[in-house]
Design a binder for this molecule. Structure first.
Ligand SMILES: Nc1ncnc2c1ncn2[C@@H]1O[C@H](COP(=O)(O)OP(=O)(O)O)[C@@H](O)[C@H]1O
Ligand SMILES: [Mg+2]
Length: 358
């Protein structure tokens, strides 16, 4: 496209040159005619002597020759520029055709229309919020390759409440990070809400995480300098929700999670169970489709742990959010609809606890 503009610019210059040449030629013609006319008049009325007239006339002839030579030169320049203009015009036409064709191909074969249609169609067909197909994850630590997932296939339906259970190092966190688009698989497909996340750019992944996924971590990960309310508000602020609306929503969620009287306190002044409930409020403020919780009860006593699970269940039932909880605690896992067992990076079995949800 740029080269086409360059040629267009060149063409403009040539046309300009043509115009200047033409004007200059006319000017020279007029000067010559003017001189001849002036001397003829002067001679005719006897204002100059015959001899002088001849002298002037003899002076005029080299000027005329010079003018003719310049004119000839300009005619050549003009002819050349005409030829060049025609050639450039043809070239521009060809370039324009190529540019239009390339633009058309870029639009039709890349982003907007095709992807939108594909995503929409996939979305319409997909009954699963999460779908993993032959997912392999190998971490590279210097020259050493650490296999974490060895071909995982998993489907989680919309609105399900699922536990992933397995011993330490079996790949549970890796699996959750891949579902949460925090990391990409070495091979295989991770499909979230019908969209293969490998097709998304880093920006699109960040948007997907902010809008569709809420994270809850074992260590709560709250900002201790900010109030409870501010912590819960934050993802909505990042997502662009207006202040009034996000404050109202945060307060409502905190009340639902039994934290109505902690709104202006700092997280560190709350119990572990309360802090984890703040983290749940923060995870659901943007109405995500999925809550991913990695050992959310790991730091809690069993009573607080069960309470946190009850609130996750509440979010699951009241908001229809799909919840995936990683745990190695059997009692916690039994509070979900289905337990998926993982070992050495492979799913080795599952237990369905509440069939009506699956
Ligand atoms: N960032 C990493 N770099 C290298 N190896 C890792 C990394 N994260 C996890 N691993 C390895 O991958 C395997 C699975 O880890 P992880 O998913 O954390 O298991 P779990 O959560 O079940 O304890 C382990 O062998 C672990 O050492
Ligand atoms: Mg882990």
């Amino acid at each position: 496209m740029l080269s086409a503009f360059a040629v267009l610019g060149l063409l403009d210059i040539i046309w300009g040159l043509n115009a200047v040449t033409s004007s200059f030629q006319t000017l020279l013609d007029n000067i010559t005619s003017g001189f001849i006319f002036l001397f003829s008049i002067l001679g005719l009325f006897g204002l100059i002597r015959k001899n002088s007239f001849l002298v002037y006339l003899s002076l005029l002839s080299p000027i005329t020759i010079l003018v003719s030579t310049i004119q000839l030169l300009f005619t050549h320049v003009k002819t050349f520029s005409y030829t060049f203009s025609s050639a450039s015009e043809t070239l521009i036409l060809a370039l324009s055709v190529i540019c239009i064709y390339t633009s058309y191909k870029t639009i039709s074969h890349s982003q907007i229309p095709q992807n939108t249609v594909t995503d929409y169609e996939q979305k319409a067909e997909s009954e699963y919020t999460v779908e993993l197909i032959d997912v392999v994850k190998i971490y590279k630590v210097g020259p050493i390759e650490v296999p974490a997932l060895n071909g995982v296939n998993l489907k989680v339906k919309k609105g399900e409440f699922v536990a992933i259970m397995g011993p330490s190092g079996s790949g549970k966190s890796t699996l959750l990070n891949l579902i949460g688009a925090l990391d990409r698989p070495t091979s295989g497909k991770v499909i979230i809400d019908g969209v293969d996340i490998s097709t998304l750019s880093d920006d699109e992944l960040a948007k997907l995480r902010n809008k569709k996924i809420g994270f809850v971590f074992q260590a709560y990960n709250l900002i201790n300098r900010s109030t409870v309310l501010r912590n819960v508000e934050l993802p909505a602020l990042i997502g662009g929700t207006a202040k009034k609306e996000r404050v109202k929503k945060a307060i409502h969620l905190l009340k639902t999670l039994g934290l109505g009287d902690t709104i202006y306190r700092k997280p560190k002044t709350l119990s572990g169970g309360q802090q984890q409930r703040v983290a749940i409020a923060r995870a659901v403020i943007n109405d995500p489709d999925i809550i991913l919780a990695d050992e959310p009860t790991g730091n809690l006593d069993s009573k607080s742990g069960r309470e946190v699970m009850m609130y996750l269940r509440k979010m699951n039932e009241e908001l229809g959010t799909t919840v995936i909880v990683v745990t190695h605690d059997r009692e916690i896992a039994e509070m979900t609809d289905r337990i998926i067992h993982i070992k050495d990076g492979k799913i080795i079995g599952e237990e369905v606890l509440r069939r009506n949800k699956i």
